[in-house]
Design a protein around this ligand. Structure first.
Ligand code: GTP
Ligand code: MG
Length: 149
């Protein structure tokens, strides 16, 4: 089954949105397989966002992500990568539809409260980057056949 890496950024933690954001993924029907509060070191932030290294906003992005604790999560489910991106909404909250996390809870790209992997391959890469072996939990959810035929 597909997995994705979701992270509540420091602004989401500071603004008290952790429960609200987790709840949206839970209610959709995805399964949480990893969860921790974590102060991200600079090197890890740089590795995570290495594709954006050449962008002018890169230093600001690294400062933002390391400015306070983040909530690291692994979520599993049918189509979870693309579906999570839809739940999260457009990168710029100005363009994010109401009903999405960024559309409902954020106003600016540089403070867009949550990250989601953009492909199944990146989901795997990012989960391996942010979690150690033993921090992830594989479990059977009781809702199984009520969620997927
Ligand atoms: P993530 O889920 O965080 O990866 O966002 P995304 O996939 O919607 O966007 P992208 O990967 O292109 O950019 C990663 C993050 O960099 C964004 O979520 C923003 O926090 C930040 N970012 C992207 N573009 C800008 C920008 O133009 N200015 C600023 N300040 N930050 C930006
Ligand atoms: Mg991205």
């Amino acid at each position: 089954v597909e997995q994705t890496y979701i992270m509540i950024k420091p602004d989401g933690v500071q603004r008290g949105l952790v429960g609200e954001i987790i709840s949206r993924f839970e209610r959709k029907g995805f399964k949480l397989t990893g969860l921790k509060l974590f102060q991200c070191p600079k090197e890890l932030a740089e590795e995570h966002y290495k594709d954006l290294q050449s962008k002018p906003f890169f230093p600001k992005l690294i400062d933002y992500i390391t400015s306070g604790p983040v909530v690291c999560m692994a979520w599993e489910g049918v189509g979870v990568v693309a579906s999570a991106r839809k739940l999260i909404g457009a990168t710029n909250p100005l363009n994010a539809e109401p009903g999405t996390i960024r559309g409902d809870l954020a106003v600016q790209t540089g403070r867009n409260v949550v990250h989601g992997s953009d492909s199944p391959d990146n989901g795997k890469r990012e989960i391996a980057l942010w979690f150690k072996e033993g921090e992830l939990c594989s479990w059977e959810a009781v809702q199984g056949p009520w969620l997927v035929e």
